[in-house]
Design a protein around this ligand. Structure first.
Ligand code: MN
Ligand code: MN
Length: 467
């Protein structure tokens, strides 16, 4: 009987799909390497709270590593490092490979925008001796999660004279923070009757920014006046300048370890900077690749990828076209032989809310990078759905490189769904598949990921670039 059982176990091992916890599959020195790698990630995610800050952080890193804007008319040579900064909000890094561009390029694409509260064009007002800013939320948020959380304000203001001021208030020690107030439970009887999605309404996401009036015997709106006076002294702005500004309120705290074992990282904005960072570190680590490799950091994914910094626009194809033309190839010739990892987070199975997942096809914390064959909603609407052939190829690349990976679907078939930039790149003729880090509390002000999964994403992208 016992022999019978062990034969069954052996056969199971051979035939069954079994995704074990990465901590049981990795050597202890690789676990230590993963923890070290995540120290760098925590610094990155703490400093990069917006798409603009991410572009400037990565562009700095890339320039130090020798990346330069493309010089028109100069044919690229293997090992050349090219950088495209798209309006300070999206970025492409490329390393020219040894093979002809006609054999295609390797693209890893992630997005660097994240859900947040944007200031309205005319945001500042005073009510009952308090100064507040009106916001318009960006991306899919559960609005009630954004109250009673310390916020910082980041962005740019273009002044009347055309000068641009960069703003970041509320991150450094000693700087004030901001907050959206909530109603106390003692008085929220009416509010409790609202649907959860309406618990806090869009027009209630007003940020408290001050309470002391400008000293004067008479006059109205003296608190607002005092705030504008302070802003004028600090940044030289007037109220009209808010119109030509992009100011984003985001959670003001740094990334921290989570758990007694410190195995997880809690932070704002993992989606999708937790995939952007590995795309960049893998590109910087890939040396002289065989194929030309690209790391694409895009903006506007959370609002549908539209606009000239989003991947529904032509900026990626145009970039490839520019250096393809200099080497005598057409953009299409390059694109149709190219492949792409669309790196974006997936929902991690949460044992507190098991009903929204198909357990067999859910992604789990600590089981490695998630290979998502398709995203979309309902009958696979809005997805590029990677082919069996390309999925098989990527699976082999990951297996050959010792990458720990798992499969994942974004929730049960009828539960909802979502999509990312994959389809826009696939629509260019590029073989594309979704991969990414599983996340708990996705789109909340404090998302959670596992260190081993983040590290495996770096390892996976590096394997893809090197294959
Ligand atoms: Mn995302
Ligand atoms: Mn998202």
């Amino acid at each position: 009987m016992s022999e019978e059982k062990s034969r069954a176990d052996a056969l199971k091992e051979e035939l069954f799909l079994d995704f074990k916890n990465a901590a049981l599959r990795m050597e202890s020195d690789e676990v230590a390497e993963a923890d070290r790698y995540c120290g760098g990630y925590k610094d990155f995610i703490t400093r990069c709270k917006t798409e603009r800050e991410t572009v400037s952080y990565v562009a700095d890193l890339a320039e130090k590593a020798g990346f330069r804007p493309l010089k028109k008319g100069s044919a690229c040579r293997a090992g050349d490092k090219i950088l495209l900064n798209n309006r300070g909000k999206a970025l492409i890094l490329a390393v020219i490979g040894e093979k002809d561009l006609s054999e295609g390029v390797r693209i890893a694409a992630a997005h660097i925008d994240a859900p947040r509260l944007d200031m309205k064009p005319s945001p500042l007002y005073e009510d009952s001796d308090l100064a507040l800013l009106k916001t318009h939320y960006y991306g899919g948020i559960k609005k009630y999660q954004w109250t009673a959380v310390p916020l910082s304000i980041h962005g740019v203001i273009v002044k009347k004279n055309g000068e641009t001021v960069t703003v970041s208030i509320g991150e450094k020690e000693g700087e004030p923070r901001f907050v959206v107030n909530d109603l106390l439970p003692h008085l929220d009887g009416e509010m409790r009757k609202r649907n959860a999605s309406e618990a806090i309404k869009g027009e209630e996401l007003n940020i408290l920014v001050g309470s002391r009036p400008f000293r004067s015997d008479k006059g109205s709106e003296l608190v607002k006046l005092q705030i504008l006076k302070l802003l004028n002294e600090k940044f030289g702005i007037i109220e009209e300048d808010f119109l030509s500004a992009e100011l984003e309120a985001v959670p003001a705290y740094p990334a921290v370890d989570i758990g007694f074992d410190a195995s997880l990282i809690g932070a704002y904005g993992h989606d999708d900077r937790v995939c952007a960072y590995p795309c960049v570190t893998a590109l910087l680590a890939c040396g002289k690749p065989l194929y030309t490799t690209l790391a694409v950091l895009s903006d506007k994914e959370e609002t549908g990828s539209d606009g000239n910094t989003g991947l529904a626009s032509s900026f990626l194809a145009d970039f490839i076209g520019d250096f393809a033309a200099d080497s005598g190839f057409s953009t299409r010739e390059v694109l149709r032989h190219s492949s792409c990892l669309s790196a974006d987070v997936n929902a991690a199975f949460d044992p507190t809310f098991p009903s929204v997942h198909d357990k067999l096809n859910a992604a789990y914390i600590n089981k490695g990078i998630v290979l998502t064959k398709y995203t979309g909603a309902r009958g696979k609407s809005g997805t590029s759905d990677a082919s069996a052939e390309f999925t098989g190829h990527i699976r082999k690349v990951f297996n050959d490189a010792g990458v720990i990976w798992q499969t994942g679907e974004l929730g049960k078939v009828d539960e909802g769904g979502g999509g990312t930039v994959a389809k826009y790149i696939a629509n260019l003729g590029v073989d594309t598949i979704d991969v990414g880090v599983p996340v708990l509390s996705m789109h909340s002000p404090f998302e959670v990921v596992s260190k081993l999964d983040v590290y495996m994403t770096h390892k996976a992208v590096l394997a893809f670039y090197s294959a």
